[in-house]
Design a protein around this ligand. Sequence first.
Ligand code: TXA
Ligand code: MG
Length: 326
Amino acid sequence: MPITRDIALAARQLREGKLVAFPTETVYGLGADAGNAEAARRVFALKGRPANHPLIVHIGETRRIEDWARDIPPLAWRLAERFWPGPLTLILKRGRAPLEVTGGQDSVGLRCPSHPVALDLLRQFGGGIAAPSANRFGRVSPTRAEHVVAEFGDAVDTILEGGDCTVGLESTILSLLGDPPVLLRPGAIARAEMEAIIGAPIPGVEPNAEVRAPGLLDSHYAPDTRLLLCGAERIATLTAGLLDRGRRVAVMTRTLAPDDLPPGVRRHAMPTEPSDYGRQLYASLRTLDSGDFDDIIVEQPPDEEPWRAVNDRLGRASHGNFPSVT
Ligand code: TXA
Ligand code: MG
């Protein structure tokens, strides 16, 4: 079992070009020395990720931005000062970051994570750590060390134990390549808080925009089991129809009581607060995915700003699946 708490060992392995999975406050990352193009290539190979999809470079201190990016706008420093360490990734012009890390793009994603184990690892390692989420391409991100084991087993040299991720959803990604900045991926950081620093509204990414971000693929973060999003008022009918056809059904719900659902359904209760929900989402999807279900029905959260990141991930996880009974 490659799980360890030995941060010095993990730092040494990064220096040797090995891969180290490590905790961040968002999700676990699959890390490699960001200055080592060969190690970065191994990350892509292990993940099964297309080589043109860039990795985020994790840094331990804000001033390290200059190690990897160039022509850094003053706004980058202001955002970093406000939100780092924390779940915000900034896309900047590429400086010395290897093209293998940036997926061949002349830009680089940078983030200073706030998890104490990640910060200690970065401090002891001394460089930047290129890391995507530590899951196979297109799958649900890991929020516990054991999830990383389930994804990769012994194929990763070391998995640093850091407990459950406190945010549980991937970082907010903001591109500062143009003016105004563009939101590429919603996360835990509220849009209004960023707009307060920027002093202007932030547009979301245009559909079909030429941005190579796997998180932007329609189908992503998906479990194996079919996932259906459904309004609370229709869940009982939908579920009954599926059960009639002999399907095994789990329902992830925030508001429905056991009595609201037909017998024979596995009810999985979810938190009512968006941040609690986000923290628990991926672990819940994994639990239900490994149960013997044909369908996971998820009660659609409100279409409101605090639920934006959760709704984004649920929308992708259920992409292309339509309830056959309405
Ligand atoms: O919270 C997170 O961001 C986690 C932890 C480990 O830090 N990492 C993560 O990495 O979610 P990944 O690779 O699964 O998703 C990173 C996203 C991808 O959609 C990637 O394309 C985008 O960041 N990204 C990275 N560099 C970029 C760049 N130069 N331009 C556009 N998008 C970029
Ligand atoms: Mg990912």
